[in-house]
Write a protein that binds this ligand. Structure first.
Ligand SMILES: NC(=O)c1ccc[n+]([C@@H]2O[C@H](COP(=O)([O-])OP(=O)(O)OC[C@H]3O[C@@H](n4cnc5c(N)ncnc54)[C@H](O)[C@@H]3O)[C@@H](O)[C@H]2O)c1
Length: 445
């Protein structure tokens, strides 16, 4: 074969075949008419474009509606394991997921930014809150604050030491419900939070009606069933007659298990144990407050608690009864300080236990002198033999609450006592005004 022939064949090939390299691809001619519909055309001939559009749409969708998962490490912060070695964090529960979602929704409507915690009192989300013992002294002040915040509140109370008058100003409000019920019997309700206060708190009452263990068990059962957050109001009595002063949460106490006060002290200790077991075993979100002596309007008159005793005696012109030598100490916190602490604890991320009390320490004699100053300088002091198992010293160390809840009491005894006196005067001398909560609100945060 000569070279001409070769050249000729190459040219022929070039004319008849598609170019091999470096030539732009001819656009595939598709006969649109042969396809049944534009959709078919898109699916068959523009698959890549369809794919791209799909990816973009999916990205946009998941960006707008992210899959709701609990925030990483939410409720799992151990702030200072050195100072608070047994501070336990909450376990994630069903409720955490619900809460995260509803907060998101709330934020969408309120235009609130996602980051950071909203200060107490400014939350827009309405909670359904159960307050057991809500017709009692502390409970009724707590109910006032929750109602003020816009929550829906259910009070469960058997009125053993509580009074309807303490909450009567909320009756008729559609966000408020009052149920007469004894917490030793189970009850079914749908709420987001349970503040469990139901329990007689003074020796004259709790000796006759110890409800701590069974009542707490029932409320924990309810919390588990409905995924509610549960707060137990425990007491400084869990420290018994303390050998450590002031009392830190890590102190295990010195309690007589068979004494006259044991049904209360040991009852609350058992209640704390149950609360922690439900937390660890069933994943319930729990909070534990150890409340120190609290006073204020709506306290039971004549229930044997020292502040109410002194105030009532001074108003009735009776001698102030001091038990023992009067050198035993107590610390007294005004009720609005306690309520603030309880709400911070409930809304915060820490299980506790937290001491909630005023660390200013007074001997019984000093307290009697303040009462004389505030009410009646001529009031006499009468000494009586001390009661069994009366603790010698009681003063909270509140470092933990200061650091983790950013909480501390702000109302001094000299400021708080006169507010209580106004209320006691109304009740002892029969003033027609029954709602005595107005004094309290002047100190609420
Ligand atoms: N006030 C304090 O100084 C103090 C100190 C430490 C702990 N606490 C705790 O705080 C909580 C409230 O105390 P408080 O001072 O308001 O007492 P409180 O007696 O005024 O209130 C207790 C309320 O619980 C109700 N209650 C009692 N047993 C009940 C039952 N079985 N079922 C339903 N309701 C029941 C009472 O009727 C009352 O309304 C208690 O748990 C108490 O142990 C209070």
């Amino acid at each position: 074969m000569d070279s001409h022939e070769l050249i000729h064949r190459t040219l022929t090939n070039l004319q008849t075949q598609e170019p091999l390299v470096d030539s732009p691809k001819p656009t595939r001619s598709v006969n649109v008419k042969t396809l049944k519909s534009p959709v078919q055309y898109l699916l068959r001939s523009q698959r890549f474009v369809c794919l791209l559009v799909g990816i973009v749409m999916a990205a946009l969708f998941f960006n707008r509606f992210p899959i709701s998962t609990p925030p990483p490490h939410h409720h799992l912060t151990l702030h200072d394991p050195v100072i608070f070695p047994f501070e336990s964090s909450t376990l994630p529960t069903r409720r955490v997921l619900f809460e995260a979602r509803s907060d998101d929704v709330d934020d969408q409507f309120s235009g609130r930014a996602n980051g950071g915690r909203v200060p107490l009192g400014l939350k827009t989300k309405r909670l359904r809150v159960l307050v057991t013992g809500g017709a009692g002294f502390v409970g009724s002040h707590l109910v006032d604050r929750l109602m003020e915040r816009g929550d829906s509140v259910i009070v469960v109370d058997n009125f053993f030491t509580g009074r309807k008058e303490n909450v009567v100003h909320h009756l008729g409000n559609p966000r408020f419900e009052l149920i007469r019920h004894d917490v030793v019997e189970p009850i079914l309700l749908e709420v987001d939070q349970i503040y469990h206060l139901a329990c007689p708190a003074s020796p004259v009452h709790y000796k006759f009606n110890p409800t701590n263990v069974v009542g707490t068990l029932n409320m924990l059962g309810l919390a588990k069933r409905i995924g509610a957050r549960f707060l137990l109001t425990s007491t400084s009595e869990v420290y018994g007659d303390p050998l450590q002063h002031p009392q830190v949460e890590t102190y295990w106490g010195n309690v007589n298990p068979i004494g006259v006060r044991s049904c209360y002290d040991e009852g609350k200790r058992t209640a704390e144990t149950l609360t922690m077991d439900y937390h660890r075993g069933a994943g319930i979100e729990v909070r534990i407050a150890r409340i120190f002596n609290t006073y204020g309007p709506r306290m039971c008159i004549d229930d044997g608690r020292v502040v109410s005793n002194f105030v009532a005696q001074a108003l009735r012109k009776e001698p102030l009864t001091v038990y023992g030598d009067g050198k035993q100490t107590r610390s007294f916190q005004y009720v609005s300080d306690l309520v603030e602490g309880l709400m911070r604890l409930m809304e915060g991320e820490h299980v506790g236990p937290f001491n909630l009390g005023n660390p200013s320490e007074f001997t019984m004699l000093e307290l009697a002198k303040v009462v004389q100053e505030v009410i009646d300088p001529n009031a006499k002091i009468e000494f009586r033999p001390n009661t069994e198992d009366d603790p010698h010293k009681r003063k909270p160390d509140i470092t933990k609450a200061q650091q983790l809840l950013d909480w501390e009491p702000v109302v001094s005894l000299r400021k708080g006592l006169p507010l209580m006196v106004t209320d006691f005067k109304h009740r002892i001398f029969g003033n027609p005004r029954e709602d005595t909560g107005t004094e309290y609100s002047s100190f609420s945060a």
